[in-house]
Structures are given as structure tokens and as C-alpha cells.
Design a protein around this ligand. Structure first.
Ligand code: B1M
Length: 206
């Protein structure tokens, strides 16, 4: 359907008004809400993710595209059943204790949402006990930890230790984090950027 391509292109351009308009038109024309999400909104965000990974676009453009994607989600969300929304799995995400940086974490959240995951975002300065509490309550399949300070990376280790007895996979990321560090602390995955985080989440949930 041509309108899916138009939705995707409007997401890529970050045009929230057009995304909303095209999503409404698609519904009027009989398109399925899930198809609007998959073939329009997510398809558009996938392109943005690849461009971000290849340094063809930068943080502001990704944020603007994510906002446009959310404008489309607002149109279709009431029509999607809870099961459809949660189809791809749930990711619990937060910046670890002592750390207030959230720009990168928010990008990861938006890219995951754009790829069709349900994301529970605990915000910043999240204590290991809080992650455990929400894992018990919400039963996500993946927990994502972000840290931007070398001094707070240690809290990734303590969070992973506390999550060991739960059936969740842990993905970590943030500027000072490396694959070597992830291996050392027993993380299941490391992602250097938001687009890779989507890929890694897919692998962890496969
Ligand atoms: Co801060 N800060 N900061 N800071 N800050 C850094 C990180 C720093 C490198 C600056 C520097 O000195 N050059 C330095 C850390 C040094 C170190 O630890 N070695 C630093 C410092 C020291 C501090 C304070 C201690 C400063 C002070 O008060 N003396 C203080 C600490 C506060 C605290 O957290 N307790 C502080 C405060 C702040 C602000 C509040 C002013 C602000 C944060 C605002 C906010 O986030 N809402 C801020 C900012 C903006 C930065 C810099 C400039 C930019 C960080 C950023 O947003 N990058 C940063 C310097 C820099 O990096 N150039 C710096 C853009 C973002 C898109 O990238 O977060 O790396 P990033 O996310 C990427 C990937 O890392 C990855 O995907 C993202 C998208 O590609 N990723 C994941 C991130 N999380 C992931 C999770 C995943 C997977 C991938 O899976 C779950």
C-alpha cells in the first residue's frame, strides 16, 4: 500500500503532522493498525536507525523521527489489542544508580519502541533493588542498563548479580561500556549504539 511508504517517509523526515494524517487516512482506507505499525512506523524508524548507525543522521534527527513515530502510534494504539502491542517482547530499561545521563538511554528506548517492543522505562539513578522489583512484577524478557560514568559502571555489575536468579537477559550500553566489560560482569549482550541495541534485543529474544 502506497500509504505505508508515505508514513515511513514522513517518519524518516520527522514530520509528525504528516505521519498522523497518513495514519488516519490509512485507517479510513481499511488498513490494519498492525500493518500501519509494521510497514509504516517501524519501517521508517528502521531506516532512521540504520542512518544513525552509519553517521548519516545525528541525535536531534533521531529524536524528531521518534516523535513523529509516536504521533502515528497515538493514532493506532487504541485500536491495537494489548497482545499485539506486546508481541515482540518486553524490555525493562534504566540508567543505573548514581547516574543521571538519559539522552542515550532514551534513544535506545525510542528505537526499541519503534521496532515494536514494549518498553518499561525506569528513568535514571535506578537502584539494583528497583530493577529486581519491576522484574518480579512485570516479567520482562530483557533488562537494559545504561551508564555514562566510569564511576557508575560498577552498578551494572551489582544489578546483574541481583538479577542472576531471574529468567531475564541483560543488555548493557553507554559511552564508557565495552564488550570486554560486558563479558567481565556477565551481561548477556553489549550494544554500542541504539540501532545495535535493537539488533541485540532481537537476538536475545530469538
Ligand atoms: Co555528563 N559526563 N556529567 N552530563 N556528559 C559525560 C558522560 C563525560 C564523558 C563528560 C566529560 O568529562 N568529557 C563525563 C564522564 C567522565 C567519566 O565518567 N569518565 C561526565 C561527567 C563527569 C558528568 C558529571 C560528573 C559532571 C559534574 O557534575 N561534575 C555529572 C554527573 C551527573 C550524574 O550522572 N550523577 C554530569 C552531568 C551531565 C548533565 C546533567 C549536565 C548532562 C546529562 C543530561 C541528560 O542526560 N539528561 C551531561 C551530558 C549531556 C554529558 C555529555 C556531554 C553527553 C552525553 C550524551 O548524552 N551523549 C557527555 C560527554 C560526551 O559523551 N561527549 C558527558 C549523547 C548520547 C546519544 O550518547 O549516552 O553515549 P550516549 O548513548 C549512546 C550509546 O552509548 C548507546 O546508545 C546511545 C545512542 O547511540 N547507549 C546504549 C547508551 N545507553 C545504552 C544502553 C543500551 C545500549 C546502548 O542497552 C541497554
Amino acid at each position: 500500500m502506497l500509504v505505508f511508504q508515505e508514513i515511513a517517509e514522513a517518519v524518516i523526515c520527522g514530520n509528525a503532522k504528516k505521519v498522523k494524517e497518513y495514519a488516519e487516512r490509512a485507517l479510513e482506507d481499511g488498513a490494519l493498525p498492525q500493518s500501519i505499525v509494521n510497514e509504516g512506523l517501524i519501517a521508517g524508524m528502521n531506516v532512521v536507525g540504520m542512518k544513525f548507525k552509519n553517521n548519516e543522521v545525528y541525535v536531534p534527527e533521531v529524536l524528531i523521527s521518534a516523535r513523529a513515530m509516536h504521533a502515528g502510534m497515538d493514532v493506532v494504539k487504541p485500536l491495537l489489542s494489548a497482545s499485539e502491542l506486546q508481541d515482540k517482547g518486553t524490555v525493562l530499561i534504566g540508567t543505573v544508580k548514581g547516574d543521571l545521563h538519559d539522552i542515550g538511554k532514551n534513544l535506545v528506548r525510542m528505537m526499541l519502541e519503534g521496532a515494536g517492543y514494549r518498553v518499561i522505562d525506569l528513568g535514571v539513578d535506578v537502584a539494583p533493588e528497583k530493577f529486581v522489583q519491576v522484574v518480579q512484577e512485570q516479567k520482562p524478557q530483557v533488562v537494559g542498563l545504561s551508564a555514562l560514568l566510569t564511576t557508575t559502571m560498577v552498578n551494572m555489575r551489582s544489578t546483574i548479580e541481583r538479577l542472576k536468579s531471574y529468567p531475564v537477559k541483560v543488555m548493557i550500553g553507554g559511552a564508557p561500556v565495552t564488550q570486554k566489560f560486558a563479558d567481565e560482569i556477565g551481561a548477556d549482550a553489549y550494544a554500542p549504539d541504539a540501532a545495535s541495541a535493537v539488533e541485540k534485543a532481537g537476538q536475545l529474544l530469538a
